[in-house]
Design a protein around this ligand. Sequence first.
Ligand code: PMP
Length: 383
Amino acid sequence: MEIYLDNCSTTRPREEVIEEMVKALRDEYGNPSSLHRLGLKAEKSIEHSRQVIASALRVSPDEVYFTSGATESNNLAIKSIIDKYSKFGKHIITTSIEHPSVLNVMKKYEERGYDVTYLKVDSNGVISLEELANCIREDTILISIMQVNNEVGSIQPTWKVKELIKEKKSRALLHVDGVQAFGKIPVKLKDWEIDAFSISGHKLHGPKGIGVLYINKDLKLSPVVYGGNQERGFRSGTENVPGIIGLGKAVEIMEKNFEVEQDLVRKLKLYFIDRLQEIDKILINSKDEYSSPYVLNVSFEYVRGEVLLHYLENKGIYVSTTSACSSKGSKKSQVLAELGLTDRQIEGAIRFCLSYEITKEDIDYTIDVLKDSVEEIRQITMR
Ligand code: PMP
């Protein structure tokens, strides 16, 4: 029995993705920059993937750049926007619950004299648009907000941000970390006037080590890394051809199945929440109205998250306590602290991240195991 509920950390690649990648590794080993037939074949495959991804994002293919993953996409977006706009000001706005690939870049800019405003979130993990409007200043050059949080799944109202920027007559650009959103909730880059958007392959049943950065083509940003001028000079380095082909396949299937899978997962999440009520002293940190259908963070009071994680693992259920990126550190979850949770609630938090592969029977089994495990652990901790 294996029930994989850690899909925010990474996802299992779809069979079709694996098949395409093996084929690419075996047959498409040419360098896309080479002028012979093998090179041209690899180049054509890359452009096909770019087309598929652009079409899923409803943007133009020349606005899609391949990177090594969303950590690079976030770094690249933030650094290249700041490089270009720093002459207009040194103020940046972000949120207090961003991924480390945004927060740690912001820290570096603070050390260099930039002023960074970290928006607070409410108990559902959502920013206040009023606070955001009040923070936009004449010298604000960048607003970077994640679409869906990776620990609690809260959805930020990025669709309103450009409106506020315009009302304030600001020139600030909008970057959105879309890693946990793309393919999971509807995102409209052009309607919402998002300037830059980051995607990661391994969060959508594609391969690891491949990502995308969308950049509005009117921006004409400068590269951060220089080299052989691949990716139209913006992101040099020989392309990860199998990764790009695998990502293209994953996005193609995801796009086709989006509504069916989202509907299925939402119903499962609601069912999961319903059945969790059979366990006392819990707190749901990912309420349906404010969060992605794919993420369900729950605090089990009087239980240590890591202990419960291993109880579940022994029964074939895989979950996380906090985000995979910070779970190896001893620090408590900063995101849950920002939501205003008590230490006891933070300590007992478990993140269940769903996928199209999960069934109602899997949830029933998980609930049975949870009930027994939580009771057993509490018998020791509450003695
Ligand atoms: N942003 C968010 C919201 C994430 O969840 C992750 C992955 N944990 C990243 C960025 C980084 O993505 P990658 O693993 O592709 O570098």
